[in-house]
Design a protein around this ligand. Structure first.
Ligand SMILES: Cc1ncc(COP(=O)(O)O)c(C=O)c1O
Length: 419
């Protein structure tokens, strides 16, 4: 079920709370999340895999607001992180270190040391050089580092090039081809400073077809089985994230079909499984609210100029991503094509292009749907625009997760040696 819905009068609501009222109270642009929705999606993901021995690590990069992390921590989620900063946020939000998995190709020595000091559950290593660094740091600390190998299975996920990670041409993972991953796993097993915990794979994000998952998982399983047949311990297979959502808003992420695929491949194979879902938990549970400044008639279309911009939601211009955009209150039937654009001085500053929109006027509120993942986390202050505020509705209450900073606060964070 979706907690973001329209009431009988056609007014957009999150649970029982009108988003117009939230815009009045907190101003715009404003991210609004359904905390109940986050919990429901997390639970649905877990339920789809309940026949297996699994640990679910929410991919923090999708939405790392402290309130989101705190809520998911309260419901038992682990975390998949890609930086020391994300680790500190997770620990502060109450996610135990042992339930945190550390992914990413470029961990610094400081980050590795901090992760090992915290007692991180697992580091997913992505290169021979990284393993060398982890080993040296663990040896110096007199501890044994839990390390999984993230492998590259050379599978095209069929997603946008900028969020595809499964092919050999990308920087991610250690190739399975030519025995490279197997040989590094054996090397890790011989290293007294490393405890190999298994193998990991993540071929990309926003996968809307299950076939690439199946191909990648079968490759991973073959490698794991072959290492086991040589006598190596391979306790965990981390299957990554990547399950896509329907940005058109017509259907929910198909957790059941994904769960059935994973169950078919891995049941009774004797592996503990890890998952790193981000988008499928977060995206549909967030809206970006934006208010219309002006309408400008262009040569062949209207420009609806709003107060939300590419610094608030960069996905449309970065990935050519489509987000559904609708008026918050009913404005009648569409009356012609429009681009929904922000105030930032870039032609690429748009939230939507070529949309058949109703008669929107100055001051009207628009909602950008499916903005709960890879939205607020990518905000910047480009054009000296303070980041949007973030609020969450959970169990009927409104919680401010991020206060909008003032321009004065932005100025204060900088130094002017010439002033
Ligand atoms: C290593 C890793 N795990 C998990 C994820 C989360 O992916 P998604 O948000 O598509 O579920 C990502 C994002 O690309 C990732 O790089």
């Amino acid at each position: 079920m979706s907690y973001i819905h329209r009431n009988h009068a056609g007014e957009l609501m999150v649970s029982d709370i009108s988003v117009s009222a939230l815009a009045e109270e907190f101003g715009t642009p404003l991210y609004v999340y359904s905390g109940d929705g986050f919990v429901a999606h997390y639970r649905a993901f877990c339920a789809a895999l309940s026949a297996l021995d699994v640990a679910v690590h929410y991919a923090v990069k999708a939405n790392s607001s402290m309130g989101v992390l705190g809520l998911l921590a309260r419901h038992g989620a682990g975390a998949d992180i890609v930086s020391g900063g994300e680790m500190k946020k997770c620990l502060a939000a109450g996610i135990p270190a042992g339930r945190i998995i550390y992914s990413g190709v470029g961990k610094s020595d400081t980050e590795i040391r901090q992760a090992l000091t915290a007692g991180i559950g697992q580091i997913n290593a992505e290169s021979a050089a990284e393993i060398r660094h982890i080993s040296a740091i663990a040896a110096e600390m007199g501890i044994i580092a839990p390390v999984a190998l993230r492998v590259n299975v050379n599978v095209d996920p069929g997603s946008h090039a900028k969020i595809s990670t499964g092919q050999r041409s990308t920087k991610f993972g250690i190739p399975v081809a030519d025995g490279e991953a197997a040989s590094l796993y054996r090397q890790m097993a011989d290293d007294p400073a490393i405890r190999p915990t298994g193998l990991a794979v993540h071929i990309g994000s926003q996968l809307t077809n299950l076939a690439p998952f199946e191909k990648a998982y079968l490759e991973l399983l073959e490698l794991a089985d072959s290492l086991r047949s040589e006598g190596y311990d391979v306790p965990v297979l981390d299957l990554g994230g990547g399950l896509g959502i329907d940005y058109q808003g017509k259907s929910l992420p198909d957790f059941a079909a994904y769960g059935a695929l994973v169950t078919r491949i891995f049941s009774n194979r004797g592996y503990r499984l890890g998952f790193e879902p981000g988008r499928s938990i977060a995206a549909d549970n967030g809206l970006l609210l934006t208010r219309t400044h002006y309408i400008k008639q262009g040569e062949d279309k209207r420009f609806i100029i709003v107060d939300g911009a590419m610094n608030d939601l960069i996905r449309p211009t970065l990935y050519e991503a489509y987000h559904r955009i609708e008026p918050v209150t009913d404005k009648g039937v569409p009356c012609g094509m429009a681009d929904i654009v922000g105030p930032v001085c870039e032609t690429g500053d748009y939230l939507g292009q070529g949309r058949d929109m109703p008669d929107i006027g100055e001051g009207d509120l628009l909602a950008v749907f499916s903005a709960g993942a890879y939205g607020a986390v990518m905000m910047s202050t480009y054009n000296t625009r303070p980041e949007a505020a973030e609020v969450m509705i959970y169990e009927g209450k409104t919680h401010l997760l991020r206060r909008r900073r003032t321009v004065e606060e932005l100025i204060k964070a900088e130094e002017n040696p010439f002033g």
